[in-house]
Design a protein around this ligand. Structure first.
Ligand code: HPA
Length: 275
């Protein structure tokens, strides 16, 4: 059996064969509803996940499974159109495999986006939030559990700057310049696929969470492990469970995602320009 570094190198070599030795300014992981942004990438090279050695393949309807590499706002980007979620049944190690590939491809900045339930009652659906920190209490699984690849990072590693302070400040500055009332707060990871219960959301609020979601956190842990500069931005697609007297559904998530698509992608592009 191949070890992790061999698997990562095999995937990286395959991708490098397609894209050449271009230096990559940013890796983009686009959440629900934002995948379209990949279509704006100039001179794109698309690589289906299924063709990349050792890559998992996405199963969620509406999540395309490919890398798109090219130019966006004058920067060379590698965009994951479709990500891997723990709730799909992937191991945490598989969820973060593409992030580790980005590290081996020497990606300079990682920008992760997601759809999230809004826990903070002062905010509303459609608001965007720069992630300042996270909470992950719902599963004992950690993507870095098991044998540590010393070549990637330390066994015990710092999480206090996992959401890069400079990138957060840059995102806030760009948002202000676009007249966007951006929020900043704590994202709490729930494994899903069930939405949270009202009691879980009340507990999350007491613990200091502003948003609830089913992605991003494993990827951020892996990025912190291997020293990738990371920014996370959430789109509040719905008020979290129990805040409003109505059931939650994926339709609402997609609908709000669609409504803010323009301002969300303008923000990401503005950030790319300033990198
Ligand atoms: N909870 C968890 N994940 C989500 C939600 C939510 O309310 N909305 C969008 N993703």
């Amino acid at each position: 059996m191949q070890n992790l570094m061999e698997k990562l190198r095999e995937a990286t070599t395959y991708i490098r064969k397609q894209i050449g030795d271009v230096s990559l300014d940013a890796g983009l992981v686009l959440g629900s509803g934002l995948g379209d942004m990949a279509q704006e990438i100039k001179n794109p090279i698309s690589i289906d996940y299924k063709n990349i050695p050792n890559f998992p393949v996405s199963t969620v309807p509406g999540h395309a499974g490919r890398l798109v590499i090219g130019e966006l706002e004058g920067k060379n980007v590698l965009c994951m159109q479709g990500r891997f979620h723990f709730y799909e049944g992937w191991g945490m190690d598989q969820v973060v495999f593409p992030i580790q590939v980005m590290k081996l491809l020497d990606v300079k900045n990682l920008i992760l986006t997601n759809a999230a339930g809004c826990i903070n009652k002062n905010w509303k659906p459609g608001d965007l939030m720069i992630i300042s920190d996270h909470l992950k209490l719902t599963t004992s699984e950690n993507p870095m559990r098991g044998h540590n690849e010393d070549e990637l990072g330390l066994r015990f590693f710092d999480m206090s700057r996992a959401y890069d302070p400079e990138l957060r400040a840059l995102a806030a500055k760009v948002a202000r310049s676009q007249g966007l009332d951006i929020k900043e707060g704590v994202y709490m990871f729930f494994a899903g696929p069930s939405f949270e219960t009202p009691a879980e959301i009340r507990a999350a609020r007491i613990l200091g969470a502003d948003a609830a979601g089913m992605s991003t956190v494993p990827e951020v842990i892996a990025a912190a492990h291997c020293g990738l500069r990371t920014l996370g931005i959430s789109c509040m697609t719905n008020m979290a469970a129990g805040i409003l007297d109505q059931p939650l559904g994926h339709d609402e998530v997609l609908e709000t995602g669609l409504k803010v698509k323009k301002s969300f992608s303008a923000l990401i592009k503005g950030i790319l320009r300033e990198l």
